[in-house]
Design a protein around this ligand. Structure first.
Ligand SMILES: *Cc1c(COP(=O)(O)O)cnc(C)c1O
Length: 436
């Protein structure tokens, strides 16, 4: 498969090049030259298939010979070692839990696939690749755990000292092994600037074989189609003759873009609902056809606080820049913090199910959609993007109760933090990296 940049100015790339580069040289996002399709026969064959078989079948279509089938299967098997439960709340309402990976959030799917593919390519080239990431929290931990123990790779994380939550800091600083955490005496913008400077430093970039692993990498997007494909087939089996509706709590719109790709590939999906918080630039676009990004505002569903989502460029591309086509597939609803809290409470009262604030935005958006679209009696799944225990404060506020922390999380909280202090001066970072 060949990948093009959404800006159409840089040369097309192989899966390997697109994966190791992340962002295209013209600043655009990589997209596949055409969207692989599954015939009805192929879909029929995958109907009862386990998750990893479906993941492999999709990955193979994006690969086209660059990686042997055996190696690709190994990548898939190494990535998805955890379950993706589809939990029924009522007759045709489900929650697809995407939070059973190592950092208890859906970003594990993308980060792990990217990590194992990068490791494969590095091994092929007999190199050691260094992943350099600036993080304000969740992305960094998914990357750190994704690359943990992957041969031929190492990770250097930069995070702003005192500006991430305790849980996030523990997740960033206790991985060990091939993961190093640098605690920067500045803010997130300083971290981003330092990383940018490192990538512009040709000598350093070459010597360390630097790569970025950021959230727009095509190899983080591809695995985000797997759980839509799998989920839609599960729902089709439980509701014969119906197609799935997915409600997706969205921030940078990478998760939703994965779903759109799965639908375009031919999986039985009818419609998408994009739930946003107060950062509603895409929601407004879906209503009005005009894209006017606003500055980011802080909300309870903080991982969705993105004023100008970068995957919007990809969504636009996949719909041929046709607003009506996009709005025919996706309905957008904005959800306030009050509604989010209310929803966590209402869902618990009705179903005894505890949702994190992001998932609650997805649930509330689905309710808003159903209130005005009676024709849709298809089974719907809310994509649950994080474990509620990661957002204890919001849960306390909504339910007035303490929730049990899963063992995996408690273990991370109990470990000893190991970080290396770093100034905001680029020379210090360069000197450190050169000695690494
Ligand atoms: C990243 C994240 C989101 C938003 O996903 P996008 O792909 O950026 O739209 C939603 N919920 C949680 C918990 C996240 O970490």
């Amino acid at each position: 498969m060949i990948f093009y940049s959404t800006n159409k100015k840089s040369t097309p790339a192989s899966l390997k090049k697109a994966t190791l580069e992340g962002l295209a040289t013209d600043g655009g996002l990589y997209v596949p030259s055409d969207i692989p399709r599954f015939s009805t026969d192929e879909i029929e064959l995958l109907k009862e298939a386990p998750f990893n078989h479906i993941a492999f079948a999709i990955a193979k279509k994006f690969n086209e010979g660059e990686i042997s089938d055996d190696s690709l299967w190994e990548v898939v098997e190494n990535c998805f070692t955890f379950k993706t439960p589809l939990v029924g709340l009522e007759k045709s309402t489900y929650v697809e839990e995407l939070f059973h990976g190592p950092t208890l959030a859906f970003k594990d799917y993308g980060a792990r696939f990217l990590a194992h593919l990068t490791g494969y390519f590095a091994k092929e080239d007999h190199t050691l690749i260094t992943v350099l990431v600036a993080t304000s929290g969740d992305t960094g931990s998914a990357v750190a755990y994704g690359f943990k123990g992957v041969p031929n790779t190492r990770v250097v994380l930069l995070y702003p000292s005192g500006k991430v939550s305790r849980l996030q800091e523990q997740q960033l600083t206790t991985v060990g092994g091939n993961v190093t955490a640098l605690e920067v005496s500045g803010d997130f913008d300083d971290c981003q600037r330092l990383v940018k400077q490192a990538f512009m430093d040709a000598e350093l970039k070459q010597r360390l074989a630097l790569t970025s692993a950021n959230s727009i990498n095509i190899s983080r997007l591809i695995p985000q189609t797997f759980y839509y494909a799998w989920g839609s087939l599960q729902l089709a089996a439980r509701h014969p003759g119906k197609k799935a509706v997915f409600s997706v709590p969205s921030g940078n719109y990478g998760n939703l873009t994965g779903g759109v790709l799965a639908k375009m590939m031919g999986f039985p999906i009818n419609h998408f609902i994009a739930g946003s918080n107060a950062n509603d630039s895409v929601t407004r676009y879906l209503e009005e056809g005009r894209y006017e990004p606003n500055p980011t505002v802080a909300t309870l569903s903080s991982a969705m606080d993105v004023g100008n989502p970068s995957n919007f460029a990809r969504l636009r591309h996949f719909y041929g820049d046709d607003y009506r086509a996009m709005a025919a597939d996706i309905s957008g609803y904005a959800v306030t913090d009050n509604e989010t809290i209310e929803t966590i409470g209402a869902v618990y009262d009705r179903f005894g199910y505890i949702m994190d604030p992001h998932t609650a935005v997805g649930f509330r958006a689905l309710e808003k959609f159903r209130a005005t679209n009676e024709i849709f009696d298809d089974p719907a799944a809310v994509m649950s993007t994080a474990h509620p225990a990661k957002f204890i404060e919001a849960i306390k506020k909504a339910l007035d109760m303490e929730i049990t922390i899963p063992d995996r999380l408690q273990e991370v909280l109990d470990r000893r933090k190991v970080s290396i202090p770093m100034s905001t001066n680029y020379r210090d970072l360069a000197a450190f990296l050169m000695k690494l």
